[in-house]
Each structure stands twice: as structure tokens, then as C-alpha cells.
Ligand binder design. Structure first.
Ligand code: 4NP
Length: 154
């Protein structure tokens, strides 16, 4: 099982999702799952995650190691689940999906929210403040727990 998290820039939300998912996978002793992340724009390719995201991550006990990369056509073949962070990400992923049979791999992170009220996406924190970065982590911890439970029950 290969999971790809996708956001716009691949420097805030999706590398954070990758990091949280890796942590949930190891805490739950789940084997055979690989996790990666990518962005829909290549603008930040090769960069470390945003320093504000890294700082919030560190305070929550996470170390982010990802370097930004753009989603590629091969990703649609190589990953089983391609999870977008907001509805723009989902429509963009659908537009660039190279084969109709891969469309079913594209999922919305909010479909994994469990008991979250007031949010129907993981909002882009890029133009936000510190609390928006912590909210990203909180929403992702919730969703990744559900993803892990789905994997365990399969
Ligand atoms: P992300 O946040 O999609 O969560 O990585 C963003 C990062 C960069 C930009 C937009 C969103 N940008 O426009 O450069």
C-alpha cells in the first residue's frame, strides 16, 4: 500500500500529513505501507518544508524530513491512495489524472475526519498565522488515525 498526500505547494500541509501518517503507522505497528507527499505546483521543488510548519511540527514532537516535489504522471500509477487537502487540490488532481482508471485513487482528506466540526478540508495555512499551522496538525492527526484504522481493518 502506497499513500501519497497532495497539497498545492508541498511545503506545509502534505509534508506534514506524510510525517503524521508515518508516526501513526509506526505507533500502530503497521507494516507494508509507504507514505510520500507532493505538490500541484513545482514552485518550491527541492525546498524544506516552510519554517512555520517545521516549528509547529517540532513543538508537537514531529521532525519533517521531506523535500518538496511536484506531482508526476507516474504517481498515479505508483500510489494506491492519492489524498488531497482541499477541494481545489481534488479538482486539480482529477484534471491531471492520466487514466480514468486512476480516478478512484483520488480521495479527499476530509472524508477521513472523525468528529471534526467546522472544517471540511485542511485549509491552506500559507497566508495564515501560527494557530493555522497547529490546526493543520490537529486535523491531520485526526484524519491519519482514521486512515490507519481503515488499513488495519482491510
Ligand atoms: P501548502 O501551502 O499547499 O500547504 O504547501 C502552500 C505553500 C506555498 C504556496 C501555496 C500554498 N505558494 O503559493 O507558494
Amino acid at each position: 500500500m502506497n499513500i501519497l498526500f497532495v497539497c498545492l505547494g508541498n511545503i506545509c500541509r502534505s509534508p506534514m500529513a506524510e510525517c503524521v501518517m508515518d508516526s501513526v503507522i509506526s505507533k500502530n505497528n503497521i507494516k507494508g505501507v509507504t507514505v510520500d507527499s507532493a505538490g500541484l505546483i513545482g514552485y518550491h521543488t527541492g525546498e524544506e518544508p516552510d519554517s512555520r510548519m517545521r516549528s509547529a511540527a517540532r513543538k508537537k514532537g514531529y521532525t519533517m524530513r521531506h523535500r518538496a516535489r511536484k506531482v508526476s504522471s507516474d504517481d498515479f500509477a505508483n500510489f494506491d491512495l492519492i489524498i488531497g487537502m482541499d477541494s481545489d487540490n481534488i479538482s486539480h488532481l482529477r484534471r491531471i489524472c492520466p487514466k480514468p482508471e486512476y480516478l478512484k485513487k483520488i480521495r479527499f482528506i476530509a472524508d477521513y475526519f472523525n468528529g471534526i466540526t467546522g472544517y471540511n478540508s485542511v485549509p491552506d495555512p500559507y497566508y495564515g498565522d501560527e494557530k493555522d499551522f497547529y490546526k493543520v496538525i490537529e486535523l491531520l492527526e485526526n484524519a491519519c488515525q482514521t486512515i490507519a484504522e481503515d488499513i488495519k481493518s482491510e
